[in-house]
Write a protein of this length. Structure first.
Length: 288
């Protein structure tokens, strides 16, 4: 399995203290993504300007702290990562086998206090579908509390339901054309999966990343509320998270342009209003 980040986190990606794995590869292309290094399944060479050294590139692609990615595109040997091991340039992911992930989780079981366990997020977990299904199945058999955080677009997502205790799904937009323009995928597959999860999964948490100029209009909010009214139930909770630019620096480190602007920040009044509107339709609003 390709994993680009892992570590413990308390109460943000599921209950209690959790070991969180970020899996490489995503089928969406959201420009506000906080983990751009996790987007390409083939990985990306990350350049950390604080540690970079010109000497690790024999093709003169590095000048000071700048990397000429045009030169990198035609680089076959990638000596910066194959012949050197520095903090300055590194491949975004490490590879572990399914056995290794399962063993690692089990070895950390004593740390899963306050109802904790393991969470798989991304990137997008379902891009490595067969592997994640096997890992979840085996961890569930060991009695480990499992959670995934998904963009919800995978056509076989429901196959994972029996092995997930806590299912966290993004709902970015209801309007399909806008969803496709922003993420590269229409909203229908996502909404279909959320509907199915609301019917079949005992514990679904739906998250809206609220982004100014993307999904914070009155029209968008009304569409969200109609959808949430349809899927609400005792097994479903909702959360609205405001845009942040924590990932901005990482876009540069991946050699990519960060396209979000100040307009993406959401006014606190709009945020509170949306959260209240969810509670007002009788849906359960809460933070994970
Ligand atoms: S991939 Fe690495 S070795 Fe190749 S040109 Fe880029 S910086 Fe140089």
């Amino acid at each position: 399995m390709k994993i680009f980040q892992k570590g413990f986190n308390y109460s943000q990606d599921g209950d209690g203290n959790r070991l969180v794995y970020h899996l490489q590869g995503c089928n969406m292309r959201c420009p506000w993504c906080a983990n751009p290094e996790g987007m390409p399944i083939e990985g990306v060479i990350v350049a950390d300007e604080d540690w970079i050294l010109e000497s690790i590139c024999p093709h003169h692609a590095i000048t000071g702290s700048n990397v000429n990615r045009t030169i990198c595109e035609s680089c076959e040997k990638m000596e910066c990562i194959t012949e050197h091991s520095t903090k300055g340039m590194y491949l975004s992911y490490e590879e572990l086998t399914v056995d290794e992930v399962v063993d690692e989780v089990l070895a950390n079981e004593m740390m899963f206090y306050d109802g904790g366990g393991v969470t798989f997020t991304g990137g997008e977990v379902t891009v490595q579908f067969e592997e994640i299904r096997e890992v979840l199945k085996r961890l569930k058999a060991h009695g480990i509390h499992t959670a995934i955080e998904t963009n919800g677009a995978h056509g076989r997502l429901a196959e994972l339901f029996p092995y997930i205790d806590q299912l966290i799904m993004d709902c970015k937009l209801c309007d399909s054309k806008k969803h496709e323009a922003m993420t590269g995928i229409p909203s229908e597959p996502v909404m279909k999966n959320i509907r199915e999860a609301a019917k079949k999964h005992p514990r679904l948490h739906v998250r809206v990343p609220l982004v100014g100029g993307v999904n914070d209009s009155e029209e968008d909010r009304e569409a969200f509320l109609r959808f949430f009214d349809e899927i609400k139930g005792e097994n479903v909770t909702f959360e609205v998270l405001a845009y942040h630019e924590f990932g901005k620096k990482k876009w540069a480190q991946c050699g990519r342009e960060y396209q979000m602007t100040e307009k993406a920040y959401v006014d606190d009044t709009v945020l509170k209003c949306f959260r209240k509107a969810i509670a007002d339709i009788g849906a359960c609003y809460r933070r994970t």
